[in-house]
Ligand binder design. Structure first.
Ligand code: F6P
Length: 329
């Protein structure tokens, strides 16, 4: 296949994730090496619709590989979810003579990319989200840093929880997936890990199981308890109130929130972002179109964008097994 690409554009979209800058850097530098011109679209699809587009050179991505957030900024655009928005976005890209657009983001951003590809734009997607919930890939940029940030915070909460003999419920992000919760719960030795994938929707039953577990552990001499709860389940404050009422153990809640999205990316996030960015440019140079880059079975691979968005993934069974084994759910 021959590539006839002369100019590309790159944007970051949806929730920011540590390592997005490393991906932008790899895309920009890789593209320049191929002789492509590079444009940066600011603030995701929202910036595209407002024609907030700048030229990028090698220096535009200097000194960013170690930085959290995204130098291109990001946004969630409701206008881009409309037909008019997608058509306008495609028109603006054509006006800039963009031959291919790289979208770094999660599932929602990829759906926007699919819509743009249907308007004749050549799209390349790189998975960047702390949630790890993109079906076609075992790895998303930002997940590793977010888990390490959450793990560090939970370790600190353990110290004070243990000193005071309390039960601590720590709510972690992940949208409707429990990947951050399972990884951090296992890595911090939490007594219980609650994830949407194993939740039957009955909050009272869940609370009763937590209380039974706390009572059983109390009987065995344990004086403090860590519960990692995924935001996809929520209700942390209600759970705390009920646990304290039923067991008499002082129960406090920490919702970790946006701290999980920030900070300097881990080595793994920088490395994977760079590998995925370079793979994207390789695909373009080889003449491919409309691909999603992914990490599968230990390798960087790519899928047709439509196929990638049709894929589904379940929490790996070994993770749910270990989660169940170490805790009561
Ligand atoms: O997708 C990343 C994420 O941080 C989720 O974990 C969370 O549910 C969501 O974004 C929060 O989004 P917003 O920044 O729009 O509040």
């Amino acid at each position: 296949m021959e590539s006839n690409i002369k100019k590309i554009a790159v944007l970051t979209s949806g929730g920011d994730a540590p390592g997005m800058n490393a991906a932008v850097r790899a895309v920009v530098r890789g593209a320049l090496k191929q002789g492509f011109k590079v444009l940066g679209v600011k603030r995701g699809y929202q910036g595209l619709l407002e024609d907030d587009i700048v030229e990028m050179d090698a220096a535009s991505v200097s000194d960013i590989i170690q930085k959290g957030g995204t130098v291109l900024k990001t946004a969630r655009s409701s206008r881009f979810a409309t037909k008019e928005g997608v058509e306008t976005g495609a028109r603006i890209l054509r006006e800039h003579e963009v031959d291919a657009l790289v979208v770094i983001g999660g599932d929602g951003s990829f759906r926007g990319a699919l819509d743009l590809s249907r308007e004749g734009i050549n799209l390349f997607c790189i998975p960047g989200t702390i949630d790890l919930d993109v079906a076609c890939t075992d790895y998303t940029i930002g997940f590793d840093t977010a888990c390490n940030t959450a793990m560090d915070a939970i370790d600190k909460i353990r110290d004070t929880s243990s000193s005071h003999g309390r039960c601590s419920i720590i709510e972690v992000m992940g949208r409707s997936a429990g990947y951050i919760a399972t990884h951090c719960g296992i890595a911090t030795g939490a007594e219980d890990v609650l994830i949407p994938e194993l939740y039957n929707g009955d909050i009272e039953e869940t609370i009763q199981k937590l209380c039974d577990h706390i009572e059983a552990n109390k009987g065995a001499g344990k004086t403090h308890f860590l519960v990692v709860n995924a935001e996809g389940i929520g209700h942390s404050e209600y759970m705390a109130e009920k646990i304290q009422e039923k067991t008499g153990v002082k129960t406090v809640v920490t919702i970790l929130g946006y701290i999980q999205r920030g900070g300097s990316p881990s080595c793994r996030d920088r490395f994977m972002a760079t590998m995925m960015g370079v793979h994207t440019i390789d695909l373009m140079a080889m003449g491919y179109s409309n691909r999603v880059v992914a990490f599968k079975d230990g390798e960087i691979v790519d899928y047709d964008i439509q196929k990638a968005l049709r894929m589904r993934k379940d929490m790996p069974q070994d993770i749910t097994r270990v989660t169940r084994l170490l805790v009561r759910f």
